[in-house]
Design a protein around this ligand. Structure first.
Ligand code: SF4
Length: 162
Protein backbone atom coordinates (compact mmCIF):
# COMPACT_ATOMS: atom_id res chain seq x y z
CA UNK A 1 0.00 0.00 0.00
CA UNK A 2 1.33 3.45 -0.90
CA UNK A 3 -0.09 6.92 -0.24
CA UNK A 4 -1.38 7.68 -3.73
CA UNK A 5 0.03 11.23 -3.89
CA UNK A 6 3.55 9.75 -3.65
CA UNK A 7 2.96 7.97 -6.95
CA UNK A 8 1.96 11.17 -8.73
CA UNK A 9 -1.82 10.86 -8.28
CA UNK A 10 -3.41 14.33 -7.94
CA UNK A 11 -5.21 13.61 -4.67
CA UNK A 12 -3.64 16.19 -2.34
CA UNK A 13 -5.82 18.78 -0.60
CA UNK A 14 -4.63 21.39 -3.14
CA UNK A 15 -5.24 19.16 -6.15
CA UNK A 16 -1.54 18.48 -6.56
CA UNK A 17 0.63 15.42 -5.90
CA UNK A 18 3.82 14.62 -3.99
CA UNK A 19 5.49 12.27 -6.47
CA UNK A 20 8.56 10.62 -4.98
CA UNK A 21 11.11 9.76 -7.67
CA UNK A 22 12.92 7.36 -5.30
CA UNK A 23 9.70 5.40 -4.92
CA UNK A 24 9.05 5.32 -8.66
CA UNK A 25 12.22 3.23 -8.95
CA UNK A 26 10.41 0.41 -7.14
CA UNK A 27 7.57 0.21 -9.68
CA UNK A 28 9.17 -2.42 -11.95
CA UNK A 29 10.01 -4.76 -9.08
CA UNK A 30 7.33 -4.30 -6.39
CA UNK A 31 3.51 -4.29 -6.62
CA UNK A 32 2.48 -0.88 -5.28
CA UNK A 33 -1.19 -0.27 -4.49
CA UNK A 34 -2.08 3.44 -4.32
CA UNK A 35 -4.70 4.61 -1.82
CA UNK A 36 -5.86 8.03 -0.58
CA UNK A 37 -7.78 7.84 2.69
CA UNK A 38 -9.10 11.39 2.48
CA UNK A 39 -10.73 10.67 -0.89
CA UNK A 40 -11.90 7.26 0.39
CA UNK A 41 -13.51 9.07 3.30
CA UNK A 42 -15.62 11.11 0.90
CA UNK A 43 -13.73 14.41 0.89
CA UNK A 44 -13.44 16.35 -2.35
CA UNK A 45 -10.25 17.22 -4.23
CA UNK A 46 -9.23 19.97 -3.89
CA UNK A 47 -10.38 20.33 -0.26
CA UNK A 48 -9.69 22.54 2.71
CA UNK A 49 -6.45 21.47 4.49
CA UNK A 50 -7.02 19.89 7.89
CA UNK A 51 -5.11 19.33 11.12
CA UNK A 52 -5.29 16.91 14.01
CA UNK A 53 -6.44 18.84 17.06
CA UNK A 54 -6.19 17.75 20.67
CA UNK A 55 -4.42 14.47 19.98
CA UNK A 56 -3.01 12.18 17.30
CA UNK A 57 -4.54 9.45 15.14
CA UNK A 58 -4.89 7.02 18.05
CA UNK A 59 -6.79 9.63 20.06
CA UNK A 60 -8.99 10.43 17.05
CA UNK A 61 -9.85 6.73 16.54
CA UNK A 62 -10.74 6.59 20.25
CA UNK A 63 -12.99 9.69 19.82
CA UNK A 64 -10.76 11.72 22.17
CA UNK A 65 -9.52 14.23 19.55
CA UNK A 66 -10.69 15.73 16.26
CA UNK A 67 -9.66 16.71 12.77
CA UNK A 68 -10.58 20.31 11.98
CA UNK A 69 -10.17 21.88 8.56
CA UNK A 70 -9.03 25.40 7.72
CA UNK A 71 -12.68 26.50 7.40
CA UNK A 72 -13.24 25.44 11.02
CA UNK A 73 -15.36 22.40 10.10
CA UNK A 74 -15.05 19.13 11.99
CA UNK A 75 -14.04 16.52 9.39
CA UNK A 76 -13.18 13.78 11.88
CA UNK A 77 -15.76 11.33 10.57
CA UNK A 78 -14.43 11.55 7.01
CA UNK A 79 -10.88 10.89 8.24
CA UNK A 80 -11.98 7.89 10.31
CA UNK A 81 -14.06 6.50 7.40
CA UNK A 82 -11.08 6.97 5.06
CA UNK A 83 -8.84 5.06 7.47
CA UNK A 84 -11.37 2.23 7.70
CA UNK A 85 -11.76 2.02 3.92
CA UNK A 86 -7.99 2.02 3.41
CA UNK A 87 -7.75 -0.74 6.00
CA UNK A 88 -10.48 -2.68 4.16
CA UNK A 89 -8.39 -2.51 0.97
CA UNK A 90 -5.36 -3.74 2.92
CA UNK A 91 -7.38 -6.65 4.30
CA UNK A 92 -8.77 -7.67 0.88
CA UNK A 93 -5.29 -7.58 -0.65
CA UNK A 94 -3.62 -9.07 2.45
CA UNK A 95 -1.23 -6.10 2.39
CA UNK A 96 1.17 -6.04 5.30
CA UNK A 97 3.43 -3.10 4.41
CA UNK A 98 2.51 0.54 3.77
CA UNK A 99 4.62 3.46 2.52
CA UNK A 100 3.15 6.68 3.85
CA UNK A 101 3.39 10.39 3.02
CA UNK A 102 4.92 12.41 5.84
CA UNK A 103 3.21 15.28 7.72
CA UNK A 104 -0.29 14.19 6.67
CA UNK A 105 -3.09 14.01 9.28
CA UNK A 106 -4.11 10.77 7.54
CA UNK A 107 -0.91 9.12 6.34
CA UNK A 108 1.94 10.68 8.34
CA UNK A 109 3.88 9.05 11.13
CA UNK A 110 5.29 12.31 12.54
CA UNK A 111 2.53 14.80 11.79
CA UNK A 112 1.97 18.06 13.67
CA UNK A 113 -0.76 17.99 16.32
CA UNK A 114 -2.43 21.30 17.20
CA UNK A 115 -3.84 22.64 20.47
CA UNK A 116 -3.39 20.57 23.59
CA UNK A 117 -1.27 18.50 23.56
CA UNK A 118 0.84 20.15 20.84
CA UNK A 119 3.60 18.13 19.24
CA UNK A 120 3.79 15.37 16.68
CA UNK A 121 1.92 12.12 16.27
CA UNK A 122 0.71 9.52 13.81
CA UNK A 123 -2.08 10.31 11.38
CA UNK A 124 -5.45 8.58 11.55
CA UNK A 125 -4.86 5.95 8.83
CA UNK A 126 -1.29 5.38 10.01
CA UNK A 127 -2.63 4.73 13.53
CA UNK A 128 -5.20 2.23 12.28
CA UNK A 129 -2.67 0.46 10.05
CA UNK A 130 -0.17 0.28 12.90
CA UNK A 131 -2.76 -1.12 15.29
CA UNK A 132 -3.57 -3.84 12.70
CA UNK A 133 0.08 -4.87 12.47
CA UNK A 134 0.86 -3.28 9.10
CA UNK A 135 4.54 -2.32 8.91
CA UNK A 136 4.84 1.40 8.15
CA UNK A 137 7.51 3.26 6.20
CA UNK A 138 7.43 7.02 5.73
CA UNK A 139 8.80 9.13 2.90
CA UNK A 140 11.02 11.60 4.72
CA UNK A 141 11.11 15.38 4.53
CA UNK A 142 12.17 16.54 1.08
CA UNK A 143 10.48 13.59 -0.63
CA UNK A 144 13.29 11.07 -0.16
CA UNK A 145 12.79 7.39 0.38
CA UNK A 146 15.51 4.85 1.01
CA UNK A 147 14.73 2.22 -1.63
CA UNK A 148 17.83 0.27 -0.64
CA UNK A 149 16.72 0.03 2.99
CA UNK A 150 13.22 -0.92 1.89
CA UNK A 151 14.45 -3.57 -0.51
CA UNK A 152 16.68 -5.04 2.21
CA UNK A 153 13.63 -5.17 4.45
CA UNK A 154 11.60 -6.83 1.66
CA UNK A 155 14.28 -9.47 1.09
CA UNK A 156 14.30 -10.30 4.81
CA UNK A 157 10.49 -10.25 4.84
CA UNK A 158 10.28 -12.62 1.84
CA UNK A 159 12.88 -14.95 3.38
CA UNK A 160 10.79 -15.06 6.54
CA UNK A 161 7.73 -16.27 4.59
CA UNK A 162 9.60 -18.87 2.50
S1 SF4 B 1 -4.51 11.50 2.46
FE1 SF4 B 1 -2.55 10.48 2.19
S2 SF4 B 1 -2.63 9.76 0.07
FE2 SF4 B 1 -4.22 11.31 0.26
S3 SF4 B 1 -3.24 13.19 -0.36
FE3 SF4 B 1 -3.03 13.07 1.85
S4 SF4 B 1 -1.05 12.12 2.20
FE4 SF4 B 1 -1.59 11.74 0.06
Amino acid sequence: MVSACLLGIHCRYDGGHSACSDLMELIPSVSLIPFCPEQLGGLSTPRSPANMTGGDGYDILAAKAKVINADGHDVTQAFVKGAEEANAIALVLKASIAIMKDRSPSCGINTPVYEKPVGYGVGVTAALFNSRGIKLFEVTKGGHFSCRKFQTFLEQFNDFWK
